[in-house]
Write a protein that binds this ligand. Structure first.
Ligand code: BGC
Length: 762
């Protein structure tokens, strides 16, 4: 009898809501969903509501310790009794169906689960790591890469990705820089927007799209000393002008969910931070989606020294606006008591549940809880040739040429004998990078395979030295080889016999990512020694770097003629690198993050403040802002990257030199391809606000355009300067542009080559 009643309710409440099918406008469908959520909410018991706010990991361990006794043992029962609203790390049509069936058929109201997963840079077909993609400065390619990830994940039963990570970071020691877009809030905002649009598409209930999640709100990229999970203490200006903008951009792209963060921000853990989640996110920004905690982060407020126990942690988190509890077992155990004793207002619970149910409706899960569970689609979509082509394109666009003395690159396609050296050259796993949890191990095209596909006869290989020993995964069992030098001799002998040496060096795929902070950013292990030994017999070296973060490669920069930044480029790694090395693809990537000369310079970033003592006042004077053992300059600046051709910037013109709010200045300049190859250049526009109610950076990126040119060709490039570009979070605590003097800079990196001045007047 109960089951029939439930079935009738199901049909009545959850009739089809496809906007397209019914020809409803966005507003109408929103209103319809609102109505359905209200009806459903009115039928729910408090326990069922709290259930929607509870997210469990699949029944195995992925990113954190999952207890096997106690709370964890209750997961299954909770699922059956409607006390679970979401699961993460359940994947594949069969498995998703299994848990969804329990939620839909065995619980009283049959509310479907929302299935979450860390689809960070691809699901099975792996794209470059996000930091690498950021180096493309190509929003269309980035969006397409997110679309591939969404299509494959959605075909595998997944509804929701915990991406994009939009944390700005100025600290290469932090292992998670690989997962973000680098150091700049403007570039980071554009990428946040593109990724959200890529994942979510135009209609969330299409079977090719999934809900996105802007994370980690907020400040996670500013952990002290670059140590993961460490304390964050930043001032108002940095928070608003640097950390917040990409989150705001994600909202502009209609991101459906947010994730809070492990760190404390100025003394209050982000998870329990009402300023962040209630005042800014849901208040000032009017955000309508829901916030999920980070893994166990409600519980971690006890370790932070912020709350005495889980009961109080639950109270603080829910009141601060954390809507869903990921694996803390806090809400499911304590919210009922907190509502009963008046510590948590039922309206807070209703608000959280409304937000969660809305996203489930939008995904179409109430129309068909198995919408994303089609075994045929799963087979067709995953690894399709279309997906492979997209990630290959993305990989080529992500490569940054750092040095190319005497045009050593591109390589000739014949007549050169090439030695390939380095453990990473044969590695089919590392190129997949960190955070590719659904990616099958050892499925990347290695550099060696990519090169051999071009011209097998010329290539010979030796490893040189082993980079890592032991298991390379989320555990700490990975050992960097610092002792075994056995292969160096052979590498030297091989190098001596060949015309060119391609050395593939850098970080193993698991040396960056969560929990992988480093205090030393040199080439790990014995790789530097190997490089120097090889160089002693053959100077024609192309160094291909594979890494998840900026490295301090001073010796290589001073010595090695050609250096290619190839990050961890995903499934098609080796093919992309080969195309670039052989000149079938002319690199156009630009660094999204400054490369330091030494760890001691960190945090190092292009949009720094001038200070009161920016320049040496007289020869040998010591009292200015500098180091006595290192210059202030980075190894490679933000926005830097070469091409096989060269570009010349000239003829900067401004349509006027002063303008009023509401008006614009037209800016133009000439870009000429002065080299021998057709190529693309990311032209970059920076602005400095020369004085303001708070001090402003020496320059800030405010625009960029990719321009393609044939050899000898010139084009006029235009930008418009408007008031919006001059806005910042001022001393008045609001976004505004202040009148005054500005300098505009243009160039192919943050070390710009053209500049002029203009004014904003009243
Ligand atoms: C990470 C999140 C991730 C979550 C779930 C945490 O350790 O900080 O970014 O989404 O695990 O896997």
């Amino acid at each position: 009898m109960k089951k029939i009643f439930v079935a009738v309710c199901f049909v009545l409440f959850f009739s089809k809501i496809y906007t397209q099918e019914k020809g409803l406008s966005k507003e109408e469908s929103k209103a319809e969903i609102k109505e359905k959520v209200a009806v459903l909410l009115s039928k729910m018991t408090l326990k069922e509501k709290i259930g929607q706010m509870n997210q469990y990991n699949g029944f195995w361990n992925v990113t954190g310790p999952t207890p096997t006794k106690g709370d964890a043992a209750k997961k299954y029962d909770h699922l059956k009794s409607g006390q679970v609203g979401s699961m993460l790390n359940v994947r594949g049509v069969e498995e998703v169906k299994r848990v969804q069936k329990i939620a839909v058929e065995e619980t009283r109201l049959g509310i479907p689960l929302i299935i979450g997963f860390d689809v960070i840079h691809g699901y099975k077909t792996i794209s470059p790591i996000p930091l690498a993609e950021a180096a493309s400065w190509d929003m269309d390619a980035i969006k397409k890469s997110a679309q591939v990830a969404a299509r494959e994940a959605a075909a595998s039963g997944i509804n929701w990705t915990f991406a994009p990570m939009v944390d700005i970071s100025r600290d290469a020691r932090w292992g998670r820089v690989m997962e973000g877009s680098g150091e700049d809030p403007f570039l980071g905002s554009k990428i946040a927007y593109a990724r959200v649009k890529g994942f979510q598409g135009d209609h969330l209930n299409e079977v090719t799209t999934i809900a996105a999640c802007a994370k980690h709100f907020a400040g996670y990229g500013f952990s002290e000393s670059g140590r993961d999970y460490n304390t964050v203490d930043v001032g108002t200006a940095t928070l608003h002008n640097v950390i917040f903008p990409p989150f705001k951009a994600a909202i502009d792209a209609d991101v459906k969910t947010f994730m809070n963060s492990f760190n404390e921000l100025n003394g209050i853990p982000a998870t329990g931070n009402a300023f962040l989640q209630r005042d800014v996110l849901k208040g000032k920004w009017g955000y309508k989606g829901f916030v999920v905690s980070d893994w166990g982060s409600i519980n971690e407020m006890i370790a932070h020294g912020y709350t005495k126990d889980k009961l109080r942690a639950s109270e603080i988190a829910v009141n601060a606006g954390s809507d869903m509890d990921m694996e803390s077992y806090a809400y499911v155990n304590y919210l009922e008591t907190l509502v009963a004793n008046g510590k948590v207002d039922i309206e807070k619970i209703n608000d959280a549940v409304r937000r969660i149910l809305t996203v489930k409706f939008e995904l179409g899960l109430f129309d068909n809880p198995y919408l994303y569970c089609d075994i045929e689609r799963e087979k067709e979509e995953i690894g399709s040739s279309k997906n492979i082509a997209t990630v290959l394109d993305m990989a080529k666009k992500s490569i940054v040429l750092l040095k190319n003395e005497n045009q050593l690159l591109p390589l000739n396609k014949k007549g050169q004998k090439i030695a390939v050296i380095g453990d990473l050259a044969q590695d089919k796993n590392s190129p997949l990078g960190s955070w590719r949890i659904a990616g099958e191990d050892n499925t990347a095209v290695s550099v060696l395979e990519g090169l051999k596909a071009y011209d097998q006869n010329q290539i010979s290989y030796t490893k040189g030295v082993t980079l890592t020993e032991g298991k390379t995964d989320f555990t700490l069992e990975t050992k960097i080889n610092t002792e075994n030098r056995d292969g160096i001799k052979e590498a030297v002998a091989l190098a001596a016999k060949n015309d060119i040496v391609i050395m593939v060096l850098g970080e193993n795929g698991f040396q960056s990512g969560e929990g992988r902070s480093r205090t030393n950013l040199d080439l790990p292990g014995l790789q530097q020694e190997l490089l120097e030994a090889v160089y002693s017999v053959n100077k024609n070296i192309v160094l291909v770097l594979m890494n998840g973060r900026p490295l301090t490669i001073n010796w290589a920069n001073d010595t090695i003629p050609a250096i290619v930044e190839a990050w961890h480029l995903g499934t098609q790694s080796g093919n992309a690198i080969a195309e670039v090395l052989y000149g079938d693809y002319n690199p156009s990537g630009k660094l999204p993050m400054t490369f330091p000369k030494s760890v001691g310079q960190i945090p190092i970033y292009y949009n720094y403040k001038s200070t009161g003592r920016p320049k040496i006042p007289a020869p040998n004077m010591v009292f200015w802002s500098h180091y006595i053992d290192q210059t202030n300059a980075p190894l490679y600046e933000f926005g830097y990257g070469l091409s096989y051709t060269t570009f010349k910037y000239s003829n900067l013109k401004l349509s006027k030199t002063s303008f009023k709010k509401g008006e614009k200045i037209k800016l133009s300049f000439t870009l000429k391809n002065t080299g021998k190859y057709e190529g693309k250049e990311v032209t970059q526009l920076y602005i400095q606000d020369k004085y303001a109610s708070i001090t402003r950076p020496v320059k800030e990126l405010k625009g960029f355009k990719m321009v393609s040119l044939k050899p000898g060709e010139s084009k006029e490039v235009t930008f418009f300067i408007n008031e919006e570009m001059l806005q910042f979070y001022s001393a008045n605590n609001k976004w505004e542009a202040e009148e005054g003097e500005f300098t505009v800079f243009l160039g192919g990196s943050s070390k710009t080559v053209l500049e002029d001045n203009f004014m904003l007047v009243n």
